[in-house]
Design a protein around this ligand. Structure first.
Ligand code: NAD
Length: 426
């Protein structure tokens, strides 16, 4: 760690412009000129917009956007923008999607666009009766929720359902109200949070208890996106590959240690589109992992089976709370452009494409793992990163990466030696 003489108490920091904040940070930590110049460069997100998105902005970071090709979703070809810093992710989707393109691509569906908000009630001596008292107020609750967002109601969304549960918690029972709201093309966090806050005083009044938390649940299990695809034996390279992949899936289904990595692979595809479209990656990730643990034991989000023709059938089902309005989706110009590339008109269409790509990503990782291993494909691209880290420029990057892969030593020390050798030869 650098010497710790920085004073983090900077008065009025939030009132400065991004340039003033950057200069202040430079002075505060003694940042070198090259770093300041780097952070001061205009990216694809202008600083004015960035400054309105989050607090204390000094710069923005660019992440590569790659296009996944060969993707066919419900009979429609789509080019999918993916924002990721990880090599091999985009290539894996292109390869996996190509292998199921002729057998129909991805078939997708969606359970709906319902989000859940929770209201926590404590301190009632008769929690079971309190639950019933809340359920009795369904019409009133619907009126309050819909009154919060007439625009959403006009668009066909709004309050849909009510659930009240008594949960046993440390310190006594809690009465947890779920309001279930169709948020249409919005992810809906702000929408349902506003409703929960508006409703909370009435819930306290009806029950005599005390309300604490009023916020959405990221376990969006009423907003599930589903994808399915079939890979023929010819397309994947025979029975041995198929059976290896089935065995890899069964490993993930049975073991949380493996399931975590299996699902991380799915999220490589999912989060890349969520990010490229300005949606909330953490919301989708929290939903994915909590859904994967819904039985009480963390398991695979996807399944693989052999169909009657001997082909491999993969499925993915997971919460997909993404929107086309709200959050950064409307504000970030690159997010808007990404949505245009995909040509989606509704949040559900976007969610379904994301599920398809998550399944493609998963297939790619399983196939690599069950055959040549992940490193062969991964390292070829990773070698480019390592080459750049040791200072390769221009066509040196490609040449050095090739040498590292051939030597099967994609390491920085080897890369530095080989770069020196290359330059010596040149
Ligand atoms: P929002 O409130 O900005 O937009 C939603 C509103 O837009 C709706 O309530 C509706 O009035 C209007 N609208 C216009 N056209 C619409 C359409 N076609 N369909 C639906 N609504 C339409 O945003 P939001 O989606 O409610 O909230 C998303 C943001 O909330 C994200 O930035 C997320 O990061 C953030 N957030 C997340 C969490 C969490 O996940 N735990 C918590 C708080 C906030």
């Amino acid at each position: 760690m650098m010497s710790n003489t920085v004073n983090s108490r900077i008065s009025g920091f939030h009132k400065m412009t991004p340039a003033e904040r950057l200069a202040t940070v430079q002075r505060a930590v003694g940042l070198d000129g090259a770093s300041v110049e780097q952070l001061g460069k205009p990216g694809s997100l202008d600083l004015h917009t960035a400054d309105h998105m989050i607090e204390n902005v000094i710069s923005s970071i660019s992440i590569p956007i790659g296009i996944a090709t060969n993707v066919k979703v419900d009979g429609r070809d789509v080019l999918v923008p993916m924002a990721t810093e990880e090599s091999s992710v985009v290539a894996a989707v292109c390869n996996s999607a190509r292998q199921c393109y002729d057998s129909g691509g991805f078939i997708t569906s969606m359970s709906g666009t319902l989000m859940i908000a929770q209201i926590q009630l404590v301190g009632v001596s008769d929690p079971k009766a309190a639950r019933i008292r809340i359920l009795e107020q369904r019409d009133k609750i619907e009126e309050v929720c819909n009154g919060c967002d007439p625009m959403l109601v006009r668009l066909g969304g709004g309050f849909r359902d009510l659930e009240v549960r008594v949960i046993e918690a440390e310190g006594g029972p809690m009465v947890i109200t779920h309001i279930i709201v169709d948020t249409r093309d919005a992810m809906g966090a702000n929408t349902v949070n506003t409703m929960a806050e508006r409703l909370a005083p009435s819930i306290a009044e009806w029950t005599g208890g005390k309300v604490y938390l009023r916020i959405l649940s990221n376990l969006a299990d009423r907003r599930l996106a589903r994808a399915r695809a079939t890979w023929t034996l010819d397309a994947i390279g025979g029975e041995a590959v198929r059976d290896g992949m089935i065995s890899a899936y069964r490993f993930a289904a049975a073991d949380p240690y493996r399931a975590a990595t299996h699902n991380k692979g799915i999220m490589n595809g999912v989060s890349a589109i969520v990010l490229a479209t300005g949606n909330d990656t953490r919301a989708v990730e929290a939903g994915a992992h909590s859904f994967a643990a819904r039985s009480g034991r963390y398991t695979s989000l996807s399944t693989y089976e052999v169909d009657a023709d001997g082909s491999l059938v993969g499925t993915l089902e997971m919460p997909m709370p993404v929107g086309l309005v709200g959050g950064a989706t409307k504000v970030h110009p690159s997010a808007q452009a990404a949505l245009k590339i995909m040509g989606v008109a509704t949040a559900s269409e976007l969610a379904r494409i994301i599920a398809a790509v998550g399944l493609a990503q998963n297939f790619g990782a399983l196939k690599a793992l069950a055959t040549v291993g992940i490193q062969q494909g991964h390292m070829a691209l990773h070698a480019h990163n390592v080459a750049m880290v040791v200072g390769a420029v221009g066509d040196e990057v490609q040449r050095l990466a090739k040498i590292l892969v051939e030597k099967r030593q994609v390491r920085q020390d080897v890369a530095a030696e080989e770069l020196a050798r290359l330059r010596g030869e040149g």
